[in-house]
Design a protein around this ligand. Structure first.
Ligand code: GLN
Length: 446
C-alpha cells in the first residue's frame, strides 16, 4: 500500500531521490516468510521506512542530493541501516534533502525541491524535507533524518509529524555522510510518539565504528510512555517566544503547556540568556566543520569527476566547481575563512567558548526543570521561493532548534495545532540522555 501511495503522489510531492521498490518487496516477503514459519520478529520488522539520502546504503546510490555524489554507491551500510536491516525493516527509498543537509526548506537540493504534502505550494522544511514529506504523505510509515541544527525537528513541525533529535552520542553516526561532526545526529521521524520511541530504540547504542557514540544501555523507550506527568517540572524559556515567533504559534505552545499543567505538571518561565548567540555561533562552527569534512570530494574517490581537467589541481577545482551547489560553496568559503591563520582565535575559538556558555544555560535550567517547552520554529511552512533570496530569513527558521545541537541534548518536535491549514510544531528539550522523560512528556501531551 505504501508503494501504491508512492505511485499515486510522488510525482507531486517528490520526497524521493531513489525508490527501492524491488528491495522493499523482497524485504517484506522475507518478513512474511519468517512470520509464516512461526519466528518472532522485532518491532521494526516489515515496517516501510524512508532513509535520508545522506545515509550510506550498500549498493544503492547515495547522493546527499548533491551532483558531486551522483553515481556514488557506498561499499558499506551506515550502522543505523545495518541495524534496521537486521531487524527486518523494509526500505522504501532514499529521501531528498538540502544538499549535504545545508538548508531549511529542501530548496537547496542539488536535484529538485520537495513539496509540503499539506500544501504543495509550500516547502516541507529542511534539510530532512524528503524524509518528513514521505511520512506526512503516507509514502513511508516512518523515516530517518539527520539533525545538525534542526533538520529533523523543523521539517517535522512544517509537515505535522513527530521528529526526534537524540542526545549527541546516542546513535552511531557511522555511515552518515558528515556535515558538522560535533553537531550531527540521526533520529526518527514518525507519525506519533510511540513510533518515535520504537524507532529510537531500534537505532540507538554504542558502535565501535563511531568513537563519539556512548557506551550506555538502550532502555525500552516505550516503557516511558506512561501518560503520567504529575509533578513534571516544565521550564518555559522566555527567549524562545521572542525572536520573530508568530503570535498564533506562541499561543499554541502556551496552550500545550496549559494542557500538561492540567495533567499535573508544574510550569514556570525560565531564562536561557545566551540563546540569542546560538545562531551566529552555529554559522561559524558548522561551516568550519563542513569545510573540513567536504575536503574529501576531490573527484578521485567519490562520485562526480570533471571531464575537463588539465592537471591534478585543476581536477580538484573543476570537480568541486561543477559538483557543489551555491549554498555548499558559500559554507566551504565561510568555514575555511573562520579556520584560517589569524582568524581562528577571533572566530572559531570564540565560537567554541560561546557554545560552552549556551550549554551552561541548559545545565542550569535542568537543575530546576525536567524538560523545557518552546515552539519548534518561529513560523509555519512558507511558500516555495519566498526565502530563497533572503538567506538570513531562511536561517532564522532554525533559531529555536540550533541551541539543542550546541548543547548536545535531545529534543523532539510534535504537532500542536494548525494555522491556515499548516501544522504548528511544539518542541520539548531534555537533559543529555533524558530521552525517556522527553518521550513521556511528549506522549502525555499528544
Ligand atoms: N538549516 C540548518 C543549516 O542549514 C540546519 C541544517 C541541519 O540540521 N542539517 O545548517
Amino acid at each position: 500500500s505504501v508503494l501504491d501511495r508512492v505511485e499515486a503522489v510522488e510525482s507531486r510531492v517528490q520526497s524521493f531521490v531513489t525508490v527501492t521498490r524491488e528491495q522493499a518487496l523482497a524485504q517484506a516477503d522475507a518478513v512474511d516468510a519468517k512470520i509464516a514459519a512461526g519466528e518472532t520478529v522485532s518491532a521494526a520488522a516489515g515496517i516501510p521506512l524512508a532513509l535520508k539520502d545522506n545515509l550510506c546504503t550498500i549498493g544503492v546510490e547515495t547522493t546527499c542530493s548533491s551532483k558531486i555524489l551522483r553515481g556514488f554507491h557506498p561499499p558499506y551500510d551506515a550502522t543505523v541501516v545495518e541495524k534496521l536491516k537486521t531487524s527486518g525493516s523494509v526500505f522504501v527509498g532514499k529521501a531528498n534533502l538540502d544538499e549535504f543537509a545545508m538548508g531549511s526548506s529542501t530548496e537547496n537540493s542539488g536535484l529538485f525541491p520537495t513539496r509540503n504534502p499539506w500544501n504543495l505550494d509550500y516547502v516541507p522544511g529542511g534539510s530532512s524535507g524528503g524524509s518528513t514529506a514521505s511520512v506526512a504523505a503516507g509514502e513511508a510509515v516512518w523515516s530517518l533524518g539527520s539533525d545538525t541544527g534542526g533538520s529533523i525537528r523543523q521539517p517535522a513541525a512544517y509537515c505535522g509529524v513527530v521528529g526526534l533529535k537524540p542526545t549527541y552520542g546516542r546513535v552511531s553516526r557511522y555511515g552518515l555522510i558528515a556535515f558538522a561532526s560535533s553537531l550531527d545526529q540521526i533520529g526518527p521521524i514518525t507519525k506519533d510518539v510511540r513510533d518515535a520511541a520504537l524507532l529510537l530504540g531500534a537505532i540507538s547504542g554504542h558502535d565501535d565504528m563511531d568513537s563519539t557514540s556512548i557506551v550506555r544501555d538502550v532502555p525500552d523507550y516505550t516503557k516511558a510512555l506512561t501518560g503520567d506527568v504529575k509533578g513534571l517540572r516544565i521550564g518555559v524559556p522566555k527567549e524562545y517566544f521572542a525572536q520573530g515567533v508568530e503570535g498564533v504559534i506562541a499561543d499554541a505552545v502556551r496552550a500545550a503547556v496549559d494542557k500538561l499543567v492540567s495533567l499535573g505538571a508544574i510550569a514556570e518561565e525560565v531564562s536561557l540568556p545566551h540563546s540569542e548567540y546560538a545562531l551566529p555561533t552555529y554559522y561559524i562552527l558548522a561551516p568550519a566543520e563542513a569545510s573540513s569534512n567536504l575536503a574529501r570530494y576531490d573527484g578521485v574517490r567519490f562520485g562526480h569527476r570533471t571531464a575537463r581537467a588539465t592537471s591534478h589541481i585543476d581536477l580538484f577545482e573543476k570537480t568541486r566547481e561543477e559538483g557543489f551547489g551555491p549554498e555548499v560553496k558559500q559554507r566551504i568559503m565561510l568555514g575555511t575563512y573562520a579556520l584560517s591563520a589569524g582568524y581562528y582565535d577571533a572566530f572559531y575559538l570564540k565560537a567554541q567558548k560561546v557554545r560552552t556558555l549556551i550549554k551552561r544555560d541548559f545545565d542550569q535550567a535542568f537543575e530546576k526543570y525536567d524538560v523545557l517547552l518552546s515552539p519548534t520554529a518561529p513560523t509555519v511552512a512558507f511558500p516555495i521561493g519566498q526565502k530563497t533570496g533572503d538567506p538570513l530569513a531562511m536561517k532564522l527558521s532554525d533559531v529555536l532548534t540550533i541551541p539543542a545541537n550546541m548543547a548536545g541534548i535531545p529534543a523532539i518536535s510534535l504537532p500542536c495545532g494548525f494555522t491556515n491549514g499548516l501544522p504548528i510544531g511544539l518542541q520539548i528539550m531534555a537533559p543529555a540522555f533524558g530521552e525517556e522523560i522527553l518521550l513521556r512528556a511528549a506522549h502525555a501531551y499528544e
